[in-house]
Design a protein around this ligand. Structure first.
Ligand SMILES: *Cc1c(COP(=O)(O)O)cnc(C)c1O
Length: 413
């Protein structure tokens, strides 16, 4: 530990990360022999549970054949197949896939695509973005600039970030009016609108409905702006449909995917654009090509894992499992509403959220969950569950009862 720097962790304070020896399904085995039920599936990536044999076999096979090959000037079957399968699953029109290695980079690529879409047409002044309070899009610089500037983890960097337009999601008439007015005033300088559809994840686990997204689509169309859906959190079944844009009935111009893309096996990202976006890059001018290319883009191991993960969505009843988890979470987290300081209990798909007015001792609360035999990682004022879709009924019940009983005791202290 003397040589490790942990994420989002004040290293001067006491911290005691748990040492993990192995994983299986929805279980985390610690080096001291304790076994925890996992409530968040490694930042909601491990949607099929850990160590799914089908994904493990696909990655092992690929490892023997070709662990990596650069994607400059060379392509391979795994990437071509994956691109074809992703575009077939996404709404009609989203046809071109650019691979990268993480969610933040997928967002960076989406933003660069949007800016260059206008640059290639001689409209360089259309370079800024509209993003939303409560949003989270990653930790790199462009991604930070479109996160919620106050609630996020990046307030410190405000002065060095590109200035974007941060708006309220158009929930009600007032916000919708303010949003429309913002576009009226500034559309000339805006490249696109970026939003996490239906669920704002790491920014606070906030939900909104399809109408909000329909409003954004109509506004983007009115002003000719690109609409970017960041589905890094919501993609691959988490909200109940394969992608949130499906449930909303709204097709964005660009969509970003990562997190559950490889079923939680390894880092990977994809940015998918419509043909209209893609065509703005077709030109006799070499500099009009998309100017991006991560060293490990379309890594064959990651493609094999992602293809195997898509197999499982086809052969196993994942979305039915999400629906079943949704009803268990709704029923079994509801009693938490009666605890003092609990402000809201909400559930969408395989996401369960208990929101408090505040949590004073996050570290202490995390330790209480571990003592109760579960791994749950509350942040700010939020306790949430995003389990694997394959979690069995007993384990799911133990998670919800741990959340309710720990909060009952904790909020009365
Ligand atoms: C996690 C997340 C990201 C960032 O992904 P990384 O792989 O951590 O870079 C971006 N957008 C959303 C919506 C996310 O949930």
């Amino acid at each position: 530990m003397r040589h490790i720097w942990l994420p989002y962790t004040q290293m001067k304070a006491a911290h005691d990360p748990l040492a993990v020896a192995s994983t299986q399904g929805s279980r985390i085995v610690l080096t001291d022999g304790r076994e925890l039920i996992d409530g968040i599936a490694s930042w909601w990536t491990a949607c099929h549970g850990y160590n799914h044999p089908h994904i493990c076999a696909a990655v092992a096979g690929q490892l023997a054949q070709m662990p990596h090959i650069m994607f400059g000037g060379l392509v391979h079957e795994g990437a071509l197949t994956l691109a074809r399968r992703l575009t077939a699953l996404l709404p009609e029109g989203l046809d071109r896939v650019f691979f990268s290695d993480s969610g933040s980079v997928a967002v960076e690529v989406a933003m660069k695509m949007a800016v260059q879409f206008w640059l290639n047409q001689g409209l360089g002044e259309r370079s800024r973005f509209v993003a939303f309070r409560g949003g989270y899009h990653g930790d790199t610089f462009a991604a930070m600039s479109v996160c919620d500037p106050e609630e996020g983890m990046h307030g410190l960097f405000a002065k060095v970030l590109p200035q974007q337009f941060i708006a309220d999601l158009p929930f009600g008439a007032d916000q919708a009016q303010a949003f429309d007015a913002l576009l009226e005033r500034h559309a000339e300088n805006i490249a696109g609108i970026i939003v996490e559809p239906l669920v704002q994840g790491a920014g606070g686990m906030l939900f909104h409905d399809a109408q909000v997204l329909q409003h954004l689509r109509a506004a983007a169309d009115r002003h000719g702006l690109l609409l970017i859906f960041d589905e890094v959190f919501t993609g691959f079944g988490r909200t109940g449909t394969m992608f949130a844009c499906e449930a909303a009935g709204v097709t964005p111009d660009i969509i970003t995917l990562s997190k559950a893309l490889t079923g939680g096996t390894m880092g990977f990202g994809a940015t998918i654009a419509t043909n209209t976006v893609f065509e703005a890059f077709l030109s006799d001018e070499p500099a009009h090509a998309l100017m991006h290319g991560p060293t490990f883009m379309a890594n064959p191991l990651a493609c094999a894992a992602a293809n195997a993960s898509l197999d499982l969505f086809e052969t196993e009843p994942r979305l039915a499992q999400v629906a079943a988890i949704e009803s268990v979470l709704a029923r079994e987290l509801e009693p938490a509403r009666a605890c003092p300081h609990v402000r809201d209990v909400r559930v969408k798909g395989a996401i369960g959220v208990v929101e408090l007015d505040r949590i004073d001792d996050l570290g202490g609360l995390k330790r209480r969950f571990v003592e109760a035999g579960v791994f749950v990682r509350p942040f700010r004022n939020i306790v949430y569950l995003t389990p694997a879709f394959t979690i069995d009924e007993d384990d799911l019940h133990r998670l919800t009862s741990a959340v309710v009983s720990v909060l009952e005791e904790w909020t009365r202290l």
